[in-house]
Design a protein around this ligand. Structure first.
Ligand code: GCV
Length: 677
């Protein structure tokens, strides 16, 4: 049963409209709009969007030849009105558009229907500002070619992980009780929300592909086709996570060896059938030889052999394989100090550079570990110039508060995308990944607010916007999201939301694991503090705290040598205790508690100070939210309020456990004499 949210205007009954409430279309919907497009499905969407907005807000769709004050035109359409001429000759490409205003007419001109759709949503985003003074034509093109969300949805409810692995927003929007939802309206609404941010690909099932889900590739393919049909009108292609051992599990073969002719033929045939059913199918996502998933190692083959076999099966149909680089030994012995999980992806993949097919995309998590609130950027991204790379982020908040905590991740992703491995003026991560793409694990479920915590919608929004334009200011994206989602919001509403959310990642970092050391979460579900939770487990994540100091020595001089995986200047910066940025110090160095940071504080005092400050800031967020009682929808108010109570409680728990742990280990008292247990 879908829970009804009272008092909201919704496109799907009972479901919050997120950043597309009808009011967000007011400015565009009051115009006289001319659409000059083709018969494609996406162009049909643009027409339907325009018609709907005009019907709601009193505008009109006008016929060719009539005067309009908003024109959305394909460059291939005939009879382009004079206002459009100024926008011609700019080559916006397959998904881009040209946007300008001349003689009181706002013009979106695109070469392809997808560009028209993205241009329409840009006009919506700008609201009244899209119809003020004239401005010269601007070209908008996505910086990254594929902007993709990966769902970790299962069909069946997994006994440990639930229906959506690391999902904090209820069940799947695709399946319930082992079968697809009868009504997929919600999937279409999801596609619409994503298209409005620029996302163009969705992988619909978990990368840990269990027995039932493996069959989506074969006898349950119709379910994939049904989902693809809902997303296609919004320019989104569907991808599927597949199990590397499918030839055995589904095909009855006795091997999945990527160099075996029978295996290769099985994948070729199976893939052909996929394309017969879904001609615009995007491709496969594969987690192989990782955390228990099968892979090419069983046959003495490399990851390139595995990826290329699937790439070859997909190539005749224009598909791609996203092969994940999340490969490490999760059966380590904590006594063995030479094994370093941070090194693993680079050790495995850097030697394979140049060996992957052009339609094999290596999908690399942004950090070398696992989506921690603070990690250095994965050196794999710098090490494979002859390979198409996609960077993977995590919108679902596995390690950042599980959608019970407010944690706006735009600023983190902006830092990741803008990072320059080779120093100032050199290429950014976003530029390196331009041919591959930006991928993120979705935070969406069948919750009436989509994301459990209503404010977590901003992360989904920010992901799409940054994937399109990585140099956007994350604070501006936040304001954009606030403006769209709370269209009638006054200064109090807008200002308070900004105040609560903009610094929330920094706050979260303050009350959790210090100075980049990471983890310290409860094993298994990963929520809440447990300083030694993983310290002596086989997963290989350690902080090495003892009575003298804390942190992991990853230097070349005395540690695991991980710093050597970076190019200069970072290989030198990270190697040096005095130059290593404070926020990553404990990721790279084991230091005494009295080590003085660049900030001038000792490590131990920094731990105390940030933990007291972080918990206080969380309490401040709740106080700020209370100012909005009566100013936002009551149900939404209550949902956020209830989660802030939990955030404040949990932040105090983190503060007290981390501070107490380090006081007991170090014996160094807090310089300010605050209460530590
Ligand atoms: C889907 C982490 C998560 C796992 C996830 C894995 C991955 O280890 O805890 O739930 O598995 O990352 O990215 O494959």
């Amino acid at each position: 049963m879908q829970v009804e949210v009272p008092g909201i205007q919704a496109n799907v009954p009972g479901v919050h409209p997120a950043w597309l409430p009808p009011d967000a279309f007011r400015a565009a919907g009051t115009r006289r709009v001319l659409v000059l497009a083709d018969d494609s499905e996406v162009a049909g969407t643009v027409r339907a969007e325009v018609a709907d907005a005009c019907e709601r807000h009193g505008g009109a769709v006008v016929a060719p030849g009539a005067a309009g004050d908003l024109v959305l035109a394909l460059s291939t359409a005939g009879d382009l009105p004079p206002a459009v001429q100024a926008s011609r000759g700019q080559e916006p490409g397959p998904e881009g558009f040209v946007l300008g205003r001349r003689d009181g007419v706002t013009v979106v001109l695109a070469d392809h229907p997808a560009g028209l759709l993205y241009g329409w949503f840009e006009v919506v985003r700008r609201g009244a500002a899209a119809f003020g003074e004239d401005w010269p034509a601007e070209v908008h093109r996505p910086a990254l070619r594929r902007r993709m969300l990966d769902h970790w949805d299962n069909i069946d409810v997994h006994p440990v992980m639930g229906q959506v692995e690391r999902g904090y927003s209820g069940g799947s929007i695709f399946w319930r009780d082992g079968v697809p939802h009868e009504d997929l309206t919600r999937v279409r609404a999801y596609g619409r929300l994503l298209a409005a941010t620029g996302v163009n690909a969705v992988a619909i099932n978990n990368v840990n592909v269990h027995a039932t889900e493996a069959r989506l590739l074969t006898d349950r393919l119709a379910e994939v086709a049904a989902i693809a049909a809902e997303l296609r009108p919004y320019g989104i292609r569907v991808h599927l996570s597949v199990n590397f051992a499918s030839p055995i599990a589904l095909g009855g073969l006795d091997s999945a060896d990527p160099l075996d002719e029978g295996v290769r033929a099985w994948w070729a045939r199976t893939t052909e059938r996929v394309y017969e059913t879904i001609p615009d199918f995007g491709g496969y996502v594969v987690k192989a030889d990782s955390e228990g998933q099968p892979g090419p190692f069983a046959y003495g083959r490399s990851h390139a052999d595995g990826a290329n076999m699937l790439a070859d099966a997909l190539a005749p149909h224009g598909g791609v394989v996203h092969w994940r680089a999340f490969v490490y030994d999760h059966r380590q012995d904590w006594r063995d100090r030479s094994t370093d999980r941070a090194r693993a992806a680079h050790d495995h993949f850097a030697p394979l550079d140049g060996l992957f097919r052009d339609n094999a995309i290596l999908q690399v998590k942004y950090g070398p570990m696992d989506f921690q609130p603070r990690e250095p950027i994965s050196p794999v991204i710098a090490a494979m110039p002859a390979t198409r790379l996609a960077v993977e982020l995590q919108v679902t908040q596995e390690y950042t508060g599980q959608q019970r905590h407010v944690c706006y991740l735009g600023p983190m992703w902006s830092e990741v995308l803008g990072f320059r491995f080779w120093g100032p003026g050199e290429r950014t991560v976003a530029e390196v990944a331009a041919r591959g793409g930006l991928v993120a694990v979705s935070n969406v479920g069948d919750d009436p607010y989509w994301t459990g915590h209503p404010l977590a919608q901003a992360n989904l929004y920010a992901f799409g916007r940054l994937a399109w334009a990585p140099d956007l200011d994350p604070a501006a994206i936040l304001d954009e999201w606030i403006g769209l989602t709370f269209p009638g919001g006054d200064d109090l509403v807008r200002g308070t939301l900004h105040e609560i959310m903009d610094g929330s990642w920094a706050t979260y970092e303050r009350y959790t694991a210090p100075l980049g050391v990471g983890f310290m979460v409860r094993p298994g579900h990963h929520y809440g503090p447990d300083v030694d939770g993983y310290e002596y487990t086989p997963w290989g994540t350690y902080h090495f705290a003892d009575r003298d100091g804390v942190g992991v020595d990853r230097t070349r001089a005395t540690g695991t040598g991980y710093t050597g995986q970076y190019p200069a200047p970072w290989s030198e910066v990270y190697e040096s205790r005095s130059e290593c940025p404070d926020e990553l110090l404990l990721f790279f160095h084991h230091v005494p508690y009295q080590h003085v940071l660049q900030s001038g504080t000792t490590v131990i005092q920094h731990i105390y100070d940030t933990h007291f400050a972080g918990a206080e800031e969380a309490a401040g967020m709740r106080l700020a939210w209370e100012k909005l009682a009566g100013s936002v929808d009551p149900a939404l108010y209550a949902r956020v309020r209830e989660r802030l109570d939990e955030q404040v409680r949990c932040a105090e728990e983190w503060r007290d456990q981390v501070n107490t742990y380090f006081l007991r280990k170090s014996g160094v008292p807090d310089a300010h004499g605050r209460r530590i247990y």
